[in-house]
Design a protein around this ligand. Structure first.
Ligand SMILES: [Zn+2]
Length: 151
C-alpha cells in the first residue's frame, strides 16, 4: 500500500495539533481558557469571573476507579496528567497502593528521595527551618494540633 494517500498525509498534522497530554492540561486556568473559547458570554467576562464559572460548573464528586465509591474531588490527589487534574484513584486507594509500593521497593524509594533532597537541599532546609519554628511557637502556646493518622 502506498503511503502517499491523503488520509496518511493528514495524520501527522492532527498529532501536532493535539494538546500535550501531560502539562497542566486541566488546571483551572486551562479550564477557564476553554470556557473563554466555548461560551460567547464568558468570552467577554473578566478572568476572575471565568474562573468562578469554572468553579461552579465543574463536577464536585467523582467515582474512584479502584474502590468504586463516589467521593468529593478533594478526596483525590492532584495529578496533572488526568483529565480533571485529579487522580483516578481516591486518596485512600492511592495511599494504600503507595505504602505497599514503598514497602516492596524500599531501596528504590530511598535512592529517589535522597536524590530529590540533594537537588533541592537549600529550599527544603529553609522550608523545614520555618516549619519547625512555627511548630515550636504553636506548641509553646498549646495550639499545635496533631495531624490525624492517615488511612
Ligand atoms: Zn478508592
Amino acid at each position: 500500500m502506498p503511503h502517499t494517500d491523503g488520509s496518511r498525509d493528514k495524520a501527522p498534522q492532527a498529532a501536532r495539533a493535539a494538546p500535550s497530554k501531560f502539562r497542566g492540561r486541566n488546571n483551572t486556568n486551562t479550564l477557564a481558557r476553554r470556557v473563554l473559547v466555548l461560551d460567547p458570554v464568558m468570552a467577554k467576562a473578566s478572568p476572575s469571573r471565568r474562573l468562578g464559572s469554572v468553579a461552579r460548573t465543574a463536577p464536585r464528586t467523582k467515582r474512584c476507579t479502584a474502590c468504586k465509591r463516589l467521593k468529593p474531588l478533594s478526596a483525590f490527589w492532584r495529578r496533572a496528567a488526568c483529565a480533571d487534574g485529579r487522580d483516578r484513584w481516591c486518596g485512600e486507594c492511592r495511599g494504600g497502593y503507595f505504602r505497599n509500593w514503598c514497602a516492596a521497593h524500599r531501596a528504590a524509594y530511598n535512592t529517589r528521595q535522597r536524590a530529590y533532597y540533594r537537588r533541592n537541599r537549600a529550599r527544603l532546609r529553609a522550608y523545614n527551618r520555618e516549619y519547625q519554628r512555627r511548630r515550636r511557637r504553636l506548641m509553646r502556646s498549646g495550639r499545635w494540633k496533631r495531624r490525624r493518622a492517615v488511612g
